[in-house]
Design a binder for this molecule. Structure first.
Ligand code: ATP
Length: 539
């Protein structure tokens, strides 16, 4: 369990989130609804910034990724093909005494809802045997609530990407390797939503499916497959990269993203899934963890963290499943492969053919295809190599927006104690958000509210900045109070219009004071430079 001291921190964070308008309980006036959260004015801005940064980093700043925005409700066949209808479930147990309902694999971690002061493991009540509970939220499409009209709210954004793979490939003029990115809502009827927004029933995901050539194809084209030589970022992608290097590349790219928005590597952790944890089709999965205030502390005092994002090497499972279930081909034609194949010595062709055949046969058999059909289909698939045909493999970096927001809030939360001239101390909160994610980029304020020239100039500065970034105009109370308010909102800079701005000292005409949140340092800057100065730091 987390150290009790740390849970006090979590309580402070939850209370700040409500007090300052980061996160509210959904439907609060009706007593709330478990597992659903709303983002208030500051939270909404923070979330927007995070999603926009992700989108820009993953699509606009890259040549090899295209975007998608698909519907939340899709054909239920998608969820049959993906395996969600059959297997997307958690083991659920009930306590016959307290009537609590729990995930069997978390029974020792959580409080009993009926007796919040008690841990479940202390609740001696007899438990039912675990039974699978499907996490997909169900609805009906059309006026009749019948079996054939059942549809699901998507439990992940990824499947739409696979289902639209061919359309995006054809319209974006991309070639494998390339990726498709999507940000959007996902829904899971979690048995026990908990840890504030960490495990919600409605949440948002930011997912990339990055399609790569199977290793056999890379080998046919490049002669051999490069494998990881060292830990860390492997550098610019190369044509001879196999799935392992692509996987390593995406783990490191994602860590860079987190570092770029203020989550230092020391705040992160990693979990490499064991062969027992991996899905049968997955080659490897690395989870990037964040050390949340509620994360467990082990006997040595180390905190491993809880999952922010999973980066999975999913082989060609998803596209293959959709090919089988829809009857539409998901394979692609690669001229480079066709040409390269023709030039390979016979033994090499046979070797690659055999390996590809084996991989396809394994997949088909594990997916329930009869052995004789699996052999036939795998033979056809392997014969496709000579014609330049194959089903791409995929690397999937899949991140949760809400978990990241919570991580950013926990990471930013800092208490500082100020002591005034009379020796009176006051502890207050400074939210040290990285300027790139900060909900408000600059507070704009006239030194005094009752001096029309100051107010007029300050409003002009606000209007100058407003089309470019979120700014907050504040003229209420002492300047110290106003700074403190912005510190609590996490605003990295405050811009103050004072008498010098108006030309009290002619050399300072049209300059403003910039006050830095984290060290209180102040400097002067010309109004004409202000916009670019702030954009350089906050974008
Ligand atoms: P967990 O093991 O914590 O349930 P998961 O491995 O099932 O998560 P994925 O299916 O890999 O999660 O989803 C990708 C990402 O979506 C997760 O890393 C997480 O950030 C986010 N996510 C998943 N479930 C939830 C949830 N219930 N609430 C908030 N975010 C979630």
């Amino acid at each position: 369990m987390a150290d009790p001291k740390e849970n006090v921190l979590m309580e402070k964070i939850v209370s700040l989130c409500k007090r300052r308008g980061f996160v509210f309980q959904s439907s609060e006036i009706y007593g709330g609804i478990n597992g659903f959260w709303d983002y208030g004015p500051l939270g909404a801005e923070l979330k927007r910034n995070v999603k926009e940064l992700w989108w820009n980093t993953m699509t606009r700043m890259r040549e090899d990724v295209a975007g998608l925005e698909a519907t939340i409700i899709m054909s239920p066949k998608i969820w049959e093909a993906s395996g969600h209808v059959a297997t997307f479930s958690d083991p659920m147990i009930d306590c016959k005494t307290c009537k609590g309902r729990f995930r069997a694999d978390q029974i020792n971690d959580i409080s009993c809802p009926q007796k919040p002061s008690k841990m479940v493991s202390e609740c001696a009540g007899e438990k039912t045997a675990p039974r699978p509970f499907n996490l997909m939220l169900q609805t009906y499409v059309g006026p009749i609530q019948s079996e054939e009209n059942i549809a699901y709210l998507r439990p992940e954004t990824a499947q739409a990407i696979f289902a639209q793979f061919k359309n995006v490939l054809e319209t974006s003029r991309q070639k494998v390797p390339f990726g498709i990115a999507q940000v959007g809502k996902a829904f899971r009827n979690e048995v026990t939503p908990r840890n504030f927004t960490f495990r919600s029933r409605e949440f948002e995901q930011m997912e990339l499916e990055f399609f790569i050539k199977p290793d056999e194809v890379v080998e046919a084209i490049s002669g051999s497959v490069a494998t990881p030589a060292a830990a860390g970022h492997p550098g610019e992608p190369q044509p001879n990269w196999g799935w392992q290097l692509w996987h390593q590349y995406w783990v490191e790219e994602r860590v860079r993203f987190y570092e770029g928005i203020g989550l230092d590597r020391s705040t992160l952790g990693f979990h490499i899934q064991t062969p027992e944890e991996l899905a049968h089709y997955a080659r490897a999965t690395t989870d990037i963890l964040f050390k949340f205030p509620f994360s467990k502390v082990d006997e040595q005092g180390n905190v491993k963290g809880d999952e922010l994002e999973g980066i999975a090497a999913r082989s060609d499972f998803d596209l293959s499943q959709h090919e089988r279930f829809s009857g539409k081909t998901m394979g692609i034609f690669d001229e480079e492969l066709r040409t390269a194949w023709g030039k390979l010595p016979k033994e090499k062709q046979d070797d690659l053919w055999r390996r590809y055949y084996q991989a396809r046969k394994n997949y088909l058999e594990k997916s329930g295809v009869k052995p004789e059909d699996a052999e036939k289909d795998a033979t056809e698939d392997a014969n496709g190599l000579a014609k330049g045909q194959y089903i791409p493999h995929v690397i999937e970096p899949s991140a949760g927006v809400d978990r990241l927001i919570l991580a950013l809030i926990a990471n930013a939360f800092t208490e500082v104690t100020d002591t005034d001239d009379k020796g009176k101390s006051e502890t207050r909160v400074v939210m040290k958000f990285h300027p790139r994610v900060a909900p408000v980029k600059a507070g704009v304020m006239p030194l005094l509210k009752n001096k029309p020239e100051l107010v007029k100039k300050a409003l002009a500065v606000r209007d100058l900045l407003r089309p470019w970034m979120n700014v907050y105009y504040d003229d209420a109370g002492s300047i110290g109070r106003r700074y403190a308010r912005q510190d609590e909102a996490g605003t990295p800079y405050c811009v103050t219009v004072d008498f010098e701005t108006l030309g009290e000292k002619p050399e300072l005409l049209d300059t403003v004071t910039i006050r830095h949140r984290d060290d209180g340092k102040q400097e002067r800057l010309a109004i004409g430079e202000l916009r670019d100065w702030l954009l350089a730091r906050g974008r």
